[in-house]
Design a protein around this ligand. Sequence first.
Ligand SMILES: C[S@@+](CC[C@H](N)C(=O)[O-])C[C@H]1O[C@@H](n2cnc3c(N)ncnc32)[C@H](O)[C@@H]1O
Length: 504
Amino acid sequence: MFKNSRIKAAPKVVRTEQAPVAKKPEPLPSKVAVSARREQQIARSNASSLRSSPAISNRSSPATSPSEDHEPSSRHLQVPKRKPTRQHSPSELPKFNESEDDEEGSTSFAQPVQKRQKQDNGGGKRQLRSRKAFSENDGGKFKMIHAAEIVATLRKPKAVADTSIEDVIVELQYPSASQRERYDLHFGKDRIDSIEEIIEIAKVVTKVYLTDEQAEPFLGQDNGKVIRELEKARNTLVKEPTQSRREDFKKAVDDYNTAIQRLIQDGALARNLDNRYDLPLRMVQLILRQVYDRAVSPDVDSLRKYDAGSDNVYGELLSPLVDRIFKETKITSDQVFVDLGSGVGNVVLQAALQVGCESWGCEMAPNASRLAKAQKKEFKARCRLWGIATGEVNLEADDFMMNEPIKDAVKRADVILVNNEVFSSELNNSLGLLFLDCKDGCKIVSLKSFVPEGHQITARNKGNPANVLDVKRHQYYRSDVSWTDAGGDYYIATKDPQRLADRP
Ligand SMILES: C[S@@+](CC[C@H](N)C(=O)[O-])C[C@H]1O[C@@H](n2cnc3c(N)ncnc32)[C@H](O)[C@@H]1O
């Protein structure tokens, strides 16, 4: 559906160091195993030295087999490719009627709206509905990047010679009183696949915003069912991309718009949203991909521009891993999240949308922080389209060691993320000192542990920041990060000064 929306690049070593022993990587399907093997050897180097650390008290995920010797490896993150690959294909997304995220209070897609009332992973206080987006006086125009604008920038003049713009444009109603989005049906196979995106939106809206009874005219395989008609029109248009087939698809979209509009005017969607407290991951991913496709993908090459070996090497944690981090840290909507070195702001936006919490990021690289600003703007507009109230988003373009608002947010934070896989040891040491300012119980999620291997509290190291951190190792898997297809380790440390007090 969303092609080329996610960075992923050819291997590029930016810094090397001798690694001790890395454990055997998790098994991969054969077609990727060969190319991934080298990735695994490279990517796991730093964290491997911590694997046998007594400071690591537990691991949250299934362990892989014990270590095997192999060649010295390199420390790296990868840079974006010119044509980034998307994060998930539609087939990788959870299917309807699958319980895709109902651990720990999250909500299954298949569940009717009425039964969702008691499920709340947002601290019990989250108001999902944006009053502004549902207000009667809304529906006015506001700035956003319409899908058609992205596709138009890619269109070759020859390809549209036989059609006018009106012929290929369709407008889609979102589940709020806000304006419609313009899609261009001419190109289905480039940065945004308009047809697949429209169908995915229709499915998500039906499942998340409607009761079973209201969803009945939309779902099912019978002729006349709204989504079935969209799919049928899609299938024929793909086989026969003529204007007549395009008109059929536009008619199916109009029928969907009419049906949704009726429910919006009746107040049904607003009422249903008021009965929810959380959003399924599938919807979160859809909105975040829409934002990234429109604000970052057209300029993703600029993220390649950094000094190899510096602290500014770029790479992203992907949404399934971030979702697990939110669950593991049990962050709630009344808490504060901070991402130190936030890149284009993906994780900050996911926290504001999925958790609904106050969310902070700080990024010093000019290109990444410029795209973060663009994402924030588009995110705000998209959430208005979807009728969703999010947590406050704060993105600072600065050095996080120098920025006062971020230092203040660190003091108040409940969860701090630092993707420090390739940060220099000087920067990691400075971060360790910064974390002394965190409140007790604050959770620090990092790719490299802040507690050295074998660390023990002694009479001579009482001032060491590692002494107040209780760290647990966790594992990430294939497709959890942008820079490798292999898995690896990350760490969640909880600030606990009692550890120091308990020592003789
Ligand atoms: C690997 S990226 C992580 C992006 C994002 N947090 C994620 O995990 O998807 C690390 C980012 O930290 C930024 N960075 C490094 N040192 C920094 C500093 N002192 N202040 C602000 N940003 C910094 C880099 O420029 C880079 O964009």
